[in-house]
Write a protein that binds this ligand. Structure first.
Ligand SMILES: Nc1ncnc2c1ncn2[C@@H]1O[C@H](COP(=O)(O)OP(=O)(O)OP(=O)(O)O)[C@@H](O)[C@H]1O
Ligand SMILES: [Mg+2]
Length: 301
């Protein structure tokens, strides 16, 4: 299995993002190391602006995620939600502004060190190794932790074998936690879509990240599957104390699951508040929700 880990190698980005990374003149990985002891937020975006040619995907975004909270990002298609997660995970370097993680500021978050920075993510489009079984897919979420040094392998310290066993044990525990043990040996590509999304969550969670970035984890699911997934996201936060940044279109799920909701519209953050306040915010209703909760109940305004 050591070989398999080696083959799995770095973080499993989907093809479009790999292409993007390959085609870019990326700056060398670095940690800017600007320490800011006053900032106790787990994650903050400060004045982040990102453009693609003439399209401004994110405009002067300030956003803070506090330890252990579930922060939902909502907004219409093209509002900049995925771009925001791609900035946090270092796929994009903002034109202006920076990302703060545990008090350090990054002009671009070093993608290669994402796991070591305590960040794990899922993707809007499924990014599983469809030809590998579920257990191997989840174990791949620990690839960064299971590579022994070359010297250790040569002198036969056997650490890789121990690491491998520990990695599989952890993967099995996460499968159990997310009620996936019964499909551990199945090829990921053969599972129903809803279960594949849950396997992606398992792969992200296995590293016990401080911050979990979930880009539409419930997209395309049935109502029952969405509720199950919401339950698993909440349980993940409760069990591991993970801060969750969640993009989701289903407003019912968002309101029931999140502690706080940030609303994007045309790359701008137009609101950032509790779910209750967000539902009553006229700008949010105009830009995204369309109807007030009172209207939905048929009582009108
Ligand atoms: N790699 C890219 N190249 C060019 N334009 C991009 C790129 N990524 C995003 N954009 C543009 O930036 C804007 C924001 O896109 P983004 O994918 O962040 O929106 P979103 O809120 O996630 O939308 P959706 O709900 O449809 O997933 C859109 O106008 C999009 O076309
Ligand atoms: Mg998106």
């Amino acid at each position: 299995m050591t070989l398999a880990f080696g083959a799995l190698g770095s973080a499993p980005f989907p093809p479009d993002i790999q292409e993007h990374l390959a085609g870019r003149d990326l700056p060398p990985p670095r940690e800017d190391g600007i320490r800011d002891a006053t900032n106790d937020a787990v994650l903050a975006l400060v004045g982040v602006t990102l453009s693609f040619g003439g399209v401004v995907a994110l405009q002067d975004i300030d956003l803070v995620a506090r330890r252990g909270e579930i922060l939902a990002i909502i907004g219409p298609n093209g509002a900049g939600k995925s771009s925001l997660i791609n900035v946090i995970s270092g796929v994009y370097r903002p034109d202006r502004g920076h990302v703060r993680l545990a008090g350090r500021a990054y002009a671009q978050v070093p993608t290669q060190k994402l796991a070591r920075l305590g960040i794990a993510r899922t993707f809007q489009n499924l990014a599983l190794f469809k030809g590998l079984n579920v257990l191997d897919n989840v174990t791949a979420g620990l690839a960064h932790k299971t590579r022994s040094s070359f010297v250790e392998q040569i002198v036969g310290l056997g650490r890789s074998r121990t690491e491998e066993i520990e990695a599989r044990n952890r993967a099995e525990r996460v499968l159990d936690f997310l009620h996936l043990s019964h499909v551990g040996e199945r090829l990921a590509g053969t599972l129903p879509y809803g279960l594949q999304k849950r396997v992606e969550l398992a792969r992200a969670l296995v590293a016990e990240p401080d911050i979990l970035l979930l880009d539409e984890p419930m997209a395309g699911m049935t109502a029952t599957e969405k509720n199950e997934m919401a339950g698993f996201v909440r349980a993940s936060r409760d069990e591991f104390g993970t801060t969750v940044v969640l993009i989701e279109h289903d407003i019912g799920v968002v309101m029931g699951l999140s502690d706080r909701v940030a609303v994007l519209d045309y790359g701008r953050k137009i609101a950032d508040d509790t779910p209750d306040e967000i539902q009553r915010d006229q700008r949010v209703i105009d830009a995204y929700l369309g109807v007030t909760p009172e209207n939905e109940d048929g009582e009108g305004i």
